[in-house]
Design a protein around this ligand. Structure first.
Ligand SMILES: C[S@@+](CC[C@H](N)C(=O)[O-])C[C@H]1O[C@@H](n2cnc3c(N)ncnc32)[C@H](O)[C@@H]1O
Length: 214
């Protein structure tokens, strides 16, 4: 995930802008309604090209760039994107990615998905800086950084096929050890398949698989 201070400005897409919020968005460089691919997207795409198989769902597909790459270069038989942000779904469809508006894994059938990909919003957010727009939705993981990761891991064992795998981007800012412990408690085996260090964080891609011992 890029340093938000380095991003570009634009319409927040949430329809609730005020002058103050617009000024804040401009200062933090937020405001475009869809997350542009960044280092974290590239790391996830590289891992997915290697590990994705069968029916592949990219949760929080954003621009659809990762899903498009996996469909073009990987072993997946079908790639679907989903996002809570309708602008993201439209952008992904423009790229030719089949995309559905959805909150995490809620609408997806049990035991049906061979590969789940997720580059979640994970920046720990000071509640005083919090405001409601689509870039905040793309970036903010709440105070812990894990407010989207934890519910995703709660529901993941339900949707994964028995030989399925999930590839999850985890930042050192989010608490790598905490994410692994939470996943293991939910009956998943965790293995790091990609890792890159940047000046302000280390990014990992975890491969999560049902342990089959629960
Ligand atoms: C860090 S961006 C990643 C975008 C894209 N996958 C990539 O790697 O470039 C996180 C994405 O998750 C989406 N998102 C946030 N909360 C979500 C939720 N509850 N359900 C589905 N998607 C969500 C955001 O709208 C955003 O597109």
């Amino acid at each position: 995930m890029p340093d938000p201070a380095d991003s570009a400005d634009g319409d927040d897409g949430a329809g609730a802008g005020t002058e103050t919020r617009d000024a804040l968005a401009e200062r933090r460089g937020l405001g475009t309604p869809v997350y542009d691919p960044a280092e974290d997207s590239g790391l996830l795409a590289d891992a997915a090209v290697e590990h994705a198989h069968g029916l592949t769902l990219e949760v929080g597909t954003g621009s659809g760039w990762v899903a498009e790459r996996v469909a073009a270069e990987g072993e997946a038989t079908r790639v679907v994107g989903s996002d809570v942000n309708p602008h993201a779904c439209a952008r992904a469809r423009d790229r030719g990615v089949e995309a559905a508006r959805a909150d995490l894994l809620a609408p997806f059938r049990a035991d049906a998905v061979d590969t789940v990909l997720f580059n979640p919003p994970y920046l720990p957010t000071d509640p005083d800086n919090d405001w409601d727009d689509w870039q905040e939705t793309a970036l903010s993981g709440g105070e812990s950084g894990r407010e989207l990761v934890d519910p995703f891991l709660d529901d993941l064992p339900r949707v994964l096929a028995p030989d399925g795998v999930a590839l999850l981007v985890v930042s050192s800012l989010t608490g790598f050890v905490d994410v692994v412990a939470y996943a293991v408690e939910r009956g998943l085996a965790a293995e790091t398949v990609r890792e890159e260090s940047y000046p302000f964080e280390t990014l990992s891609v975890l491969a999560l698989r049902p342990r089959g011992d629960g």
